[in-house]
Design a protein around this ligand. Structure first.
Ligand code: NAD
Length: 478
């Protein structure tokens, strides 16, 4: 079994205390690695290294910083296969999706590097003669990047690439469920000329090492992706030093299918949304609202497509559509939500049970009919291959139910009537809305949740500028 060490100041550093966390393959339940359960002192050492490395990096022209990101992107592309296998082994996604994740991560590094020549300040009109008002964008300093387990490799780049191109340094903390790929990433990073201390990685439990990252006054920005509960805790901890937070949290995305929808396309897109990564995706359709006149036809199509989804150990069978849930707790959460909804009158139309080998945390592809707005499956984040369906009569009713949630990440509309679709979009209170397609964002967009789904956002120009602070300079000529 492999053992990993923290990556601090350009070195893999063995902990002195020997306290470790064992990482499990969710497809089999077998132990695959051990990682340091880092102390606050180890996290502080990583922050100190990041603080020391940042000024020289921040002083480089952005285009010089960009060159380093391009080199790293190319190195990742040379290692797609081993990296994909590492991600699949600890996270349980299909190898095909893991390969997409590695390639997308490399592309993301290139994309953010391209901003090197595009970061712009402003010159603002003054009230005074012979005065110029300049607005500069400056690095924030040390960024803390705290990662979830569902797209663990890509999330490294989503934090690191904008942090670095803007002149910051970073300390990353991977999820304790999926740290191996982050250590493998650092091995590749260590082969580049990226200066020591600029990127550091410490593993450990959220309550100790994660917390230490959020309470250190040397950290200028905490960029976090994960659950609402943890996001709330991080915001509380950040309050101590008024540290800026960027929070990408959970979702409960509604998909509205109207009588004017292409039902085959809607069923295909919604099935894909629930099956990809075993339904463990923050922006994927978590609940479906279908108009009564097409409800039966749509439900039949969706049931047929969900039944066709094959699951299993993705390292043993490359052709499966999805793998296991991340862990026992993820599996149990689905069962609890399903049971309470069935007790309240929902009807399982397909699936509904644990599947596969005893060792892995598999769940059958599941469609649940006769759902109502108050049910747990409709209100709470499921994070699994389960689709609850609610029937509506009027579009106003659909919008009211879709907006009736504490989350506000993504939503979707399926309709071939452009007026109807855009009228619905106008009424939907979500940071992202997809029309006639599966739920998945682009790196040049802006992924930002409303309400409890987060603060700030990621990707594109707007995500990039979150990694900088402004300095306004008033220059009076005489
Ligand atoms: P999680 O909140 O359990 O853990 C995320 C990270 O936070 C882990 O690294 C964990 O160790 C750390 N952590 C835990 N407690 C902490 C604390 N007190 N202080 C600092 N760090 C702490 O989330 P998860 O289960 O890994 O991820 C799944 C969740 O992430 C889902 O809710 C999903 O919707 C959300 N998510 C959101 C997006 C998005 O872009 N909005 C993307 C992916 C996942």
């Amino acid at each position: 079994m492999i053992h990993y060490s923290n990556y601090i100041n350009g070195q893999f550093v063995e902990s002195s205390h020997g306290d470790t966390i064992t990482v499990i393959n969710p497809s089999t339940g077998e132990a695959i690695s051990t990682i340091p359960n880092s102390t606050a002192a180890e996290v502080d050492a990583a922050i100190d290294a990041a603080e020391a490395a940042q000024p020289a990096w921040g002083a480089l022209p952005a285009i010089e910083r960009a060159k380093h990101l391009h080199v790293l992107a190319d190195k990742l592309r040379e290692k797609v296969e081993p990296l994909a296998r590492c991600i699949t082994e600890e996270q349980g996604k299909t190898l095909g999706l893991a390969r997409v994740e590695v390639n997308f991560t490399a592309d993301y590094l290139d994309y953010m590097a391209e901003w090197g020549r595009r970061i712009e300040g402003e010159i603002i009109e003054s009230d005074r003669p012979k005065e110029n008002i300049f607005l500069f964008h400056k690095p924030i300093g040390v960024v803390a990047g705290i990662l979830p387990w569902n797209f663990p490799f890509f999330l490294i780049a989503r934090k690191m690439a904008p942090a670095l191109i803007c002149g910051n340094s970073i300390v990353l903390k991977p999820s304790e469920e999926t740290p191996n790929n982050a250590f493998e990433f650092c091995k590749i990073l260590a082969e580049t000329d990226i200066p020591a201390g600029l990127v550091n990685l410490v593993s450990g439990l959220g309550a100790v090492s994660g917390r230490a990252l959020t309470e250190n006054p040397k950290v200028g920005l905490i960029s976090f992706t994960g659950s609402v509960e943890t996001g709330s805790r991080i915001m509380g901890a950040a309050a101590k030093h008024i540290t800026k937070v960027n929070l990408e949290l959970g979702g409960k995305a509604p998909a509205i299918v109207t009588a004017n929808a292409d039902l085959d396309m809607a069923a295909t897109a919604i099935q894909a949304s629930r099956v990809i990564n075993s339904g463990q995706v923050c922006n994927c359709a978590e609940r479906v609202y279908v108009q009564r006149s097409v409800a039966e036809a749509f439900t039949d199509k969706l049931v047929e497509k969900m039944k066709a989804a094959r699951f299993g150990n993705p390292l043993e069978d490359e052709t499966v559509d999805y793998g296991p849930m991340i862990n026992q707790a993820g599996y149990e959460k689905i069962v609890t939500l399903l049971e309470s909804s069935v007790a309240a009158g929902a009807k399982v139309l397909c699936g509904g049970k644990r599947g596969g080998d005893e060792g892995g945390f598999y769940f059958e592809p599941t469609v649940v009919g006769d759902c109502t707005q108050d049910m747990d499956l409709v209100q709470k984040e499921i994070f699994g291959p389960v689709v609850p369906i609610v029937i509506f009569d009027t579009l106003d009713e659909a919008v009211a139910m879709a907006n009736d949630t504490e989350y506000g990440l993504t939503s979707s509309v399926f309709s071939n009537d452009i007026n109807e679709a855009m009228n619905l979009v106008e009424e939907l209170n979500f940071g992202e809305t997809y029309i006639n397609r599966e739920h998945f964002e682009a790196m040049q967009g802006y992924h930002a949740g409303w309400r409890k789904s987060g603060i700030g956002g990621a990707d594109g120009k707007h995500g990039l500028y979150e990694f900088m602070q402004t300095q306004v300079v008033y220059m009076q000529r005489h």
